[in-house]
Structures are given as C-alpha cells and as structure tokens.
Design a protein around this ligand. Structure first.
Ligand code: FES
Ligand code: MG
Length: 606
C-alpha cells in the first residue's frame, strides 16, 4: 500500500464515496486510481477534479418539447458553476412528456423518481442541479432528490409563451380544451381548428397556464429550493437563462455546506405548509395534491404527519389570488411580468411560515426581506391583495364520507356551476373508460341534467396510472348543459375545469372500495360546506355489495392480489407498479419507496 499514499483522497472524483472509504472494489486507493483513469478519458485535469462537482441532470429528449430549451439551460448552468469555481458534469435521466408517455405519464413518474434517486446516489457529484419542467418530471425529481438526500437544486425549463390566433391569445392547454369543445359543437370549422393547432404551443417550454407544470414550479419556489424568479420566467427568455446561471452559482455555494443543504435537512412540515398555501393561492392543479403527498411521504420527518386534511385546513385560511387560466384569464408570461412568485410570496407573508429554511441557508423570511417587492397596478390586477381575492378561500377542498373513506379532492374554484357544490342527484355509472366511450354519447343513455356522472377504474391501479380522464364529457344529448357533478377515482389535467370530484379513495380497483359498488340510480350527495361525499346507502348495504362484488370477481376468475384487483399479474415494470403503487391519498407512490416503506394495501406476499 506504500505507493498508493500519493493519491490525495480529498481531491478525488468521488467525494462522498472515497472520502468516506466507500468503494466497490474493496480498496479505496485502487478505486480512486480507476475512477481517475476513466474521468481523465473525458478530458478533465487534476485541478478541475479537485473542485466541488455539480452534477446536472439533463432531461432533454426529442419526445419532450417542454424541455426543448435544455441545451441553452445547460450552458447557462455550467457557466454559473464554473464562474463560482466548481466543476459541472451533466448526466441523463428519464424524461417524460405528457402527450408522449403511454399509458400515462403518471404510470412512469415513479420510474423516473427511482432513476433520479439512484443516479444521484450512484454518481460522484457533491450537489445536483435537476433540470425538469413537464408535469411529472418535477415531482419525480423532488421525490428522488429527497430520497437520495444529496443537496439538489431544481431548475425548471419555464413556461412557453402564449400564441395568437386571429388576434386572440391562446395557449396550451386550457385553450386546447375550449377550442376542441367549440369545434365539436360546430362553432369552429376545420380551417380554424388547424390554425389554432399551430399556435397552441408556439415555443419551447411547459404549458403556459396554471396547469400541473406551472403549479409544481411555484411549489418548488415555495419550498425554498428555487430562486423567486425560477417558476415563471418564460422558457425562451433571457431571464430564464439568468435563473439557470444563478442556479449554477448557488449549487457551488451549497457544496461548501453539504450537511445543512440536504433536502431532508432543509424541508420541514412548515415548508410543506408553505407549499400548500401557495397551491391554494394560485388555484393550482389538483395533481399537485397527489404529487405533494408523494413528496411529503418520501421525507422521514414528514411522512405520515401530513395528510389530505392538512390541505383543507390550509385552504380554509387561504384565498385564491392569482388570476391565471384555468381559474382566471391570464398566462404564466403575465404572471412573470406581474412579479411572479416574489410578488405572491410577499402578498402571502402573513400566511407563511417565514422561518422555513431554503437552499441558500437563509430562511424564507430573510430572503424576502432581502428582496422587497412593491406592487403596481398591473401586478395587483394579476396577483390580488389579500383584501380583494378572486375566491375567498378553499380553492381546493378535501372530501370524506362513506363514498370516499380515505378522501377525495375537489377544485371548488374551477366549478362552472356553484349550485353543484351542495348537491344531491342519481348516479349514472360507467365501469371504465371503454364503457364510457361506448355509451356517453348514445341516445339511449338514461341521463338528465340532474344526474351525477360516475367513472370507475381510473385510479392508480385501475388503468393503470391514474389517467387524467376525470373530466367526464357532458353527454351529447344534454346539449347546452355546461357543467354536471362528476366523480371518479382518477385525475384531471391541471388545465381543466368543472364540478369534478377526483382521486376518490380507495379506488374501485381495491376490493373493498365503496366507490367500486356504486350503481345506476344510487343517490350521491356532495356537500362542500360539510366537506362530505356520500352515497345514500346503509352501511349494511355497502358491506353486502362489497361481499357480492368479491364473489363475482372470483366467479369471473379475476385475480385479486391482497386487496388489489389486477387481473393477470404482469411482468416487468407494470407488474411492479400494480403490486406496489399506493393510493392517491398517499401520493400514488410505490410503498417500498416511501420513508415508511409501507402501504395501507400491502400485498407483497400475495
Ligand atoms: Fe409539458 Fe404541459 S405538456 S407541461
Ligand atoms: Mg397537464
């Protein structure tokens, strides 16, 4: 071992591995020698290798136009890292785009989180910048980053610019839905819809409304992990590149103080309460509730300590302030011009936990103090003061009751007919999306404007991957009806609206799900004021129907693993997914990835 002493372990390429004596070869010095052989093959000199190493996750992909600006962001992040004296090394992980991830991007979110976690842990970086953006990528990275517990700095690609058609601004994807509905109703002709198609996503970047991507970006700022300007600066703006450069600078600073900068050290219950406050104030996507629960449950200090009721408690105190589509009328680009998250956090100050830590080592309050914001007329129009909100409180609510013993979510602010928020009506039930597609527009469908539309089998296990099919279309025979009460165990796009109850739990794919036994004609009751979702059946009747359903499943030889109705057990990732995905109220994560490593429906021995 004499001659190996020449190797300086403090200047190694594996700071967290070799410096701690961890090596896959059993000989730390030989391992370092080998790693240096191969890193030198990439052209790095000793000086470069002695610097703090900042890994940058590259999620650019030809199938992900929301990440089309990743090459420019990489360049800017690297510039920041090198200016601050660090060494930047990029590496790839999975990239997910909403429209090009089959069967659903949600099905693959947990896979991306595993890839992110394991690559962060495996590779010799001190700190990691995670470039993400499209809906499921930021949650996957936050989940993986928290589990890996190496300091991580998220950097989103930023929202796309709005487009324009015949003088009117349009943007993905609220206007995708509105215009498609108008085309279906004969209000737009083929030429128009083709023209609109060209303009809905006119630049690189994520959907330009307050959909899931924008919501998660705002939440990431609220968690203290991204600069204030990091959520809303447009993907194609110079401001976005400056955020990227700043992230590189911050990453090297963080490397000087790794222990205090680990996500599990920074993030606390208070950080997540701040995230929920922002979610309510922006009228954010319902998907963020599932993602936040998954993120919270990855953290040993918060797993099991926060549940859906917490969202509701925060919501009761928090008004909806940001006037963006789909709840309002503007785009992320406007939000950026109005002051973005800096303006919003200053406005929300009385409702925030200002002592929550952030990635720079300062508290949120200290950072806000250091960056004042003075509202001006335009900013106050888009980001309302607390005294003049768009919606007084509870934009997003949590419901419980005999139909959703483990909870359900409703974006009350997105309801188009507020009378439906305290309502009772008979169910029209669709067993799954195939059944829905077959019958929804049929003249024979026994439905009236007073019916409650129910769609089963779109939960985490059901489809699988909890598709965004929760916005059940209004049956064609009810022409002119703009909203109905609709229920499902699935999700809806953050860009959609209506009186839509989502994430009903347990989902119908669980054997003893009360939602799974609802039949045509059953009376459904929603009470916003009581936060209740009920089916007017006795406990005995529900138990009896659950028993009958289990018998029928056996007769039809449908496989039930533990309590999961999964049909024939599948191979590969799908098999893993169906066996281990937990319910929406827990984040639809894999039971073995949560900080507690368990699930209410654990069937690993089945
Ligand atoms: Fe990527 Fe909307 S499709 S953010
Ligand atoms: Mg979306």
């Amino acid at each position: 071992m004499e001659d190996t002493k020449d190797y300086d372990l403090n200047a190694s390429i594996d700071p967290k591995g070799l410096r701690q004596g961890l090596t896959s070869y059993g000989d730390a010095h030989f391992s370092l020698f080998l790693r240096k052989v191969f890193i030198k093959a990439a052209g790095y000199g000793e000086d470069a290798l002695s610097r703090p190493i900042v890994g940058i996750i590259n999620t650019g992909s030809g199938f992900n136009p929301c990440h089309a600006n990743v090459p420019q962001l990489l360049e800017a992040v690297k510039r920041g890292i090198h200016l601050q004296g660090g060494l930047a090394i990029e590496f790839p992980t999975i990239s997910l785009h909403e429209s090009f991830a089959s069967p659903t991007s949600m099905f693959l979110r947990n896979l991306m989180s595993m890839d992110t976690e394991e690559m962060i842990k495996a590779q010799p970086a001190d700190v990691v910048v995670m470039i993400g953006g499209c809906d499921k990528t930021v949650p996957a990275q936050l989940m993986g980053g928290i589990s890996a517990n190496k300091p991580v700095l998220p950097l989103v690609t930023g929202p796309m610019m709005p487009g324009s058609f015949k003088g009117e601004r349009i943007g993905a994807c609220t206007d995708c839905r509105n215009n498609w509905a108008a085309y279906r109703a004969g209000q737009l002709d083929m030429e128009d819809i083709i023209g609109i198609n060209e303009e809905l996503a006119p630049t690189a970047g994520t959907c330009g409304v307050m959909g899931t991507a924008s919501t998660m970006a705002c939440i990431t700022v609220a968690l203290g992990l991204m600069p204030f300007g990091g959520a809303a600066a447009p993907a194609v703006s110079s401001a976005r590149l400056r955020v990227a450069e700043q992230t590189g600078v911050d990453a090297v600073k963080v490397a000087a103080n790794i222990e205090v900068s680990r996500p599990q050290s920074i993030l606390s219950r208070e950080s997540f309460l701040n995230a929920m406050t922002v979610l309510q104030a922006i009228g954010g996507s319902t998907n963020a509730v599932v993602h936040l629960m998954a993120i919270i449950n990855r953290h040993p200090k918060t797993a099991g300590m926060i549940d859906l009721k917490t969202f509701d408690e925060v919501g009761r105190k928090t008004p909806l302030l940001v006037d963006l589509k789909p709840s309002g009328g503007n785009y992320m680009h406007d939000f950026h011009n109005a002051g973005g998250m800096l303006a919003l956090l200053h406005t929300l100050r009385p409702l925030l936990h200002l002592d929550a830590l952030t990635i720079t080592g300062e508290t949120l309050g200290q950072r806000l103090d250091a960056t004042p914001f003075k509202p001006f007329p335009y900013s106050s129009k888009l980001i309302r003061p607390l005294s003049d909100p768009l919606y007084r409180s509870s934009a997003l609510v949590t419901l419980y009751g005999n139909l959703a013993p483990d909870g359900a979510i409703l974006k009350a602010a997105a309801s188009k007919d507020q009378n439906l928020l305290d309502y009772e009506g008979p169910a029209v039930v669709f067993e799954n999306t195939t059944d829905l597609a077959k019958r929804i527009d049929s003249d024979d469908l026994a439905v009236t404007k007073d019916s409650v539309l129910v769609l089963k089998s779109i939960g985490p296990i059901g489809n699988p991957g909890m598709p965004e099919a929760g916005v059940i279309p209004i049956p064609r025979k009810l022409k002119g009806v703009s909203d109905m009460l609709r229920l499902s165990d699935g999700r809806m796009s953050g860009t959609a609206g209506g009186t839509i109850v989502l994430h009903i739990s347990p989902e119908s794919g669980i054997v003893d799900s009360p939602f799974g036994i609802v039949r045509d004609g059953d009376l459904i009751r929603l009470s916003l004021s009581e936060r209740k979702l009920e089916v007017k059946l006795s406990d005995e009747e529900i138990t009896e129907r659950i028993r009958t359903r289990s018998e029928q499943l056996k007769d039809k030889h449908v496989a039930v693993h533990g309590k999961r109705i999964v049909g024939t057990r599948k191979r590969g990732y799908r098999g893993l997914y169906e066996s281990h995905v937990n319910q929406a109220q827990d984040g639809a994560d894999f039971d073995f990835l949560t900080a507690k490593g368990e699930s209410a429906y654990d069937d690993t021995t089945a």
